[in-house]
Design a protein around this ligand. Sequence first.
Ligand code: NAD
Length: 429
Amino acid sequence: MSPHGRQKRCRDRLSLGTLEALTRREVPLTCVLVPRERRAGEHRVAATPETVKRLIARGCALIVESGAGLAAGFADGDYRDAGATLLDPRAADAQARWRDADVILSVQGASLAEAEPGLNQLRPGALLIGLLEPHANTALLEALQRQRLSALALELLPRISRAQTMDVLSSQANVAGYKAVLLAAAALDRYVPMLMTAAGTIQPARALILGAGVAGLQALATARRLGAVVVVSDVRPAAKEQVESLGGRFLEPPQLEQNPTEQGGYAQQASEAFLAAQRQQLAEQLAQSDMVICTAQVPGRPAPRLIDDAMLAGMRPGAVVVDLAVAQGGNCEGTRPGETVLRHGVQLIGAEALPSSVAHHASALYARNLAALLEHLLGAGTDGSPLALDLEDPIVSGCLFSHAADAAAPAAGATTGASPERQPVGGAA
Ligand code: NAD
């Protein structure tokens, strides 16, 4: 079916409210499908009623699988009121509706490779947007190429100023940093704030935060709001000012001949000699800390190991370590993804999927990031211009994971190697 025929069928199926919202413009619609998340434990959703309205105003038709927002506190009725058409995944025409989609907005997009309905139902040239685990997901890439689908992996979105509104890594790391402190405070055997009571004074808890990126700075702000005294370690000199402006004490990195360099705002991998000196410096801090929030990471590398077993043995029994870097190997020896382990009397919390545990606001921010990206792809006009992938646009080329016009697109953020061109999503393959 031609893109025009498909868009007409998509328009024919829209609710009356959606059609009214489109103000009867005779323009081709971009059909956007929002599936229910398939991965167990994932409570977020890729569009909210707010972003549904926003995208409809830009000339999109929104189809939302029923129940998609429930775990994040968004009811089917809210999506319907916002102008979306609800889709029952068990309905007889569900597969046909998947075939109508030009764009699929997802959180854990990779899980759609095995789902039914899922990627198999999409037509060639459709565009999948979501967290696609691009550094390790060859199975997904194969599925995308088999189906001749385009895909944008949000993990690879360039961290440039004009893409800030689309930056899901930042919005979700912010949620994770906040929740990590709450987890630590709840697990701690003591108060966090300083208290003066009739029974005497309680001293404030002491927090150590490793890494002052997005998650670390939010952890610092949250711990300060709870009343903790906070020390922060980072290897980037620029972090000092940010830490101090939030009321934390910055721990200067050890000065060696070869300190880790910085590129594009990110720390580069540190040498083993530097990490050994850093561990020595941190051991003294750890012995005084009640809670430790580990967020130190180096993009594309295993997380730096900053706490070893001997350092844990030097900590106070009852202290808590929350390791947000656990999926990348962890900053702390002994943390395990999704588990809490007791070692030398210290609770080690391997914090996984924290944004999903704050599903409502994590979804609200994630959905706004995706709406901003989609609006960017739709172009600057408000006339419902058809969606296009401009391969010369650094935002697109930066996170292009698969391109339907070039089934041999490589993974991990490399560009497709295709000659730059403006490629309509509906007309590829
Ligand atoms: P990240 O998750 O890759 O790393 C977290 C932090 O760990 C970083 O601050 C890093 O310096 C630190 N780290 C690495 N090795 C360490 C070690 N051995 N000891 C202590 N700390 C260590 O980083 P992120 O949170 O994604 O952000 C990193 C940078 O990118 C920050 O400067 C942030 O302000 C910047 N940023 C820019 C934009 C933008 O311009 N659009 C958006 C988001 C973030």
